[in-house]
Design a protein around this ligand. Sequence first.
Ligand SMILES: [Zn+2]
Length: 168
Amino acid sequence: MPRKRIPVVAGWFTENGSGDDFRLLGTRCSLCSSVFFPREESFCRNPSCTGGELAEVPLSRRGTVWSYTDGRYRPPHPYPSDPDVPWEPYTLVAVELAAERMVVLGQAAPGVGVADLAVGMTVEVVPGELGSGCADDDGADDGGADDGGATATWHWRPVAADDVDGAA
Ligand SMILES: [Zn+2]
């Protein structure tokens, strides 16, 4: 039985079972079309915009690597990290989404390291889980990491070169 997935932050992404449906969710200003991620609910942050309605919008599934690095230290509180579990370095990727004109950070998919990445490479967003060294420690019986569940997040995964020209 698959473990229950609890979003690390509610409303930042959507998934309806199949990984193909997995999308990050931002908000778009109806007046200037600026897109915000993390989502902005209250006002348009574009200083030259007088503000419009902010509507939820799914972000592009694919983007290009803008930069990347590996995290070789345990992140400080309040990032969830269990000091009793050995720390494993992770790879962090900054991905440029052309349509939204923004850069979105995220961890690389498991098994993808800095040696597998290059600036300009096409990557796609996939469902991911925070590592087993993480605990949500919210005290709630909600199926989260402290209850043996999985803390759901997103990962960036390189797209095979022969698939890059396919539909995004
Ligand atoms: Zn605006």
